[in-house]
Design a protein around this ligand. Structure first.
Ligand SMILES: *[C@@H]1O[C@H](CO)[C@@H](O)[C@H](O)[C@H]1NC(C)=O
Ligand SMILES: *[C@@H]1O[C@H](CO)[C@@H](O)[C@H](O)[C@H]1NC(C)=O
Length: 276
């Protein structure tokens, strides 16, 4: 298909879902959104617009010793438009290189060297202290938060204490009074890429190894609930960067087929994330 035919087809496609745009060489893309609802339009969830924030710069966004008023104001403006605060997920690649460290108050982050194509690289390693998670108190009231946990290390002892630190932050009087809630814990980020685009595993790492690791690890970390019985943690599992859409390779159906849900920790999975 020629570029112009492809563009025409794309434009037709976009117009059918209510968005028309024009593209011109070296000109900004113009997007015209129809003012009136189309006949098939249905209401969307008020928190449809929510935010996923890379964990290594979380404190820059939310604030450490004091609230970041710019960020708070953005969230507050969104809430005024939608009626609810956006949900916040703190995680991403840096969650799998993050370690809890009782000698650190907030966070200590080592970044890779910036390059022109990657001016803000993700953390190579980060150490987080107990106050890192308490910074959720700077969010608008009633915000629902999902924090990521390092699964790649498969260190269940550290995972247990790391999770305790997250949960403990959400038991503080200030956070409770504000109705800010720890909605779920995301266990690992994009494990399908551990052995390909990172060195967290080697290329033989596959979905069945992931499922085996999950069942041991999450099963040893979840007993944290015996210490905090008021928390019944929901978990995010899978979190794949892409799907093979079949039973070989990495896909939600492959993980289900290999029994990811068949354990106490598996039963707690409330959300699957798959990018494509
Ligand atoms: C990949 O990692 C596994 C588990 O650590 C190891 O047993 C295996 O030998 C490694 N394979 C290669 C090709 O390095
Ligand atoms: C599964 O999907 C992958 C990636 O799309 C593909 O390479 C593979 O051949 C597929 N396997 C089967 C059995 O269809």
């Amino acid at each position: 298909m020629t570029p112009s035919r492809r563009l025409a087809r794309l434009t037709t496609l976009a117009c059918t879902v209510g968005v028309c745009f024009s593209l011109a060489k070296e000109a900004p893309m113009e997007i015209a959104i129809l003012h009136d609802l189309t006949s098939g339009a249905r209401p969307v969830e008020p928190d449809l617009f929510s935010l996923s924030i890379e964990q290594d710069r979380w404190l820059d966004w939310v604030g450490s010793t004091t609230r970041n008023d710019f960020f708070f104001n953005v969230l507050d403006n969104l809430q005024q438009l939608t009626g609810v605060p956006p949900r916040i997920r703190v995680g991403g690649k840096s969650q799998d290189v993050a370690y809890i460290d009782p000698n650190i108050q907030w966070a200590s982050v080592s970044f890779a060297k910036p390059t022109p194509s990657m001016p803000y690289p993700e953390a190579l390693v980060m150490r987080v202290g107990t106050r890192f998670y308490s910074s959720a108190r700077f969010l608008p009231e009633k915000t629902q938060v999902v924090h990521g946990l390092n699964f790649a290390s498969t260190d269940d002892m550290r995972g247990f204490f790391h999770l305790a630190s997250i949960v403990n932050a959400f038991t503080s009087a200030e956070i409770r009074k504000a109705g800010i809630v720890l909605d779920a814990i995301e266990i690992g980020n994009e494990p399908d890429a551990y052995g390909t685009t990172s060195t967290l595993r080697n290329s033989s790492y596959d979905s069945s190894k992931y499922v085996t690791e999950w069942q041991t690890w999450a099963g040893n970390v979840l007993p944290i609930e015996q210490v905090y019985p008021e928390f019944k943690l929901k978990l995010w599992g899978g979190s794949l960067s892409r799907s093979s859409h079949n039973l070989t390779g990495w896909s939600p159906q492959a993980l289900l087929d290999q029994g990811l849900l068949n354990s106490a920790a598996g039963e707690r999975i409330s959300t699957w994330v798959t990018m494509t």
